[in-house]
Design a protein around this ligand. Sequence first.
Ligand code: AMP
Length: 174
Amino acid sequence: MTDIERLGAAVATVPDFPKKGIQFKDISPILLDPSLLSLAADLLADPLKNLGLTKLCGVESRGFILGPMVAERLGIGFVPIRKAGKLPRKTLSCSYELEYGSATIEVHEDDLDSNDMVVIHDDVLATGGTAKAAATLVQEAGAEVAAFSFIMQLDFLKGRERLGKKDSFYLLTY
Ligand code: AMP
């Protein structure tokens, strides 16, 4: 088995969670195995080297798991992008549409500035709405979005098309 096949084999697909019709991709079996966890962080970090990145922005909640590990491997800072109302200092916020209703995410205004080259990280790229909103926040803070990084993408939802021409990296495709 290749490294990618080992990772793919560890992702659990849970039908009809959190609601009927959704095939939920659960990364927790990867987290249970320290060698797989370390492998995932190494493989995510590899293509991000030499891009001149200065910060990795992880999206709550599951972008907070591998995100700091990848940032540490790249030798750059980790910036949390959180759901509304969680960050204690002055924030920028961005609202976006979900399948039903809307969501708001926030970043600390002073975690980023015009010198920053940023990679946005999350576990799953689905429709791309969350990653696009995260990119809007980064740009509003004056920083540049250089790339996106995901453990996996759900190709049939065409999320990549919403992310424009930026480099988008992922380990697995469904
Ligand atoms: P989206 O904004 O549609 O790209 O959705 C991305 C967010 O929802 C990410 O934070 C994912 O963690 C989560 N997500 C969407 N679809 C799935 C799925 N099928 N399995 C696991 N997480 C998902």
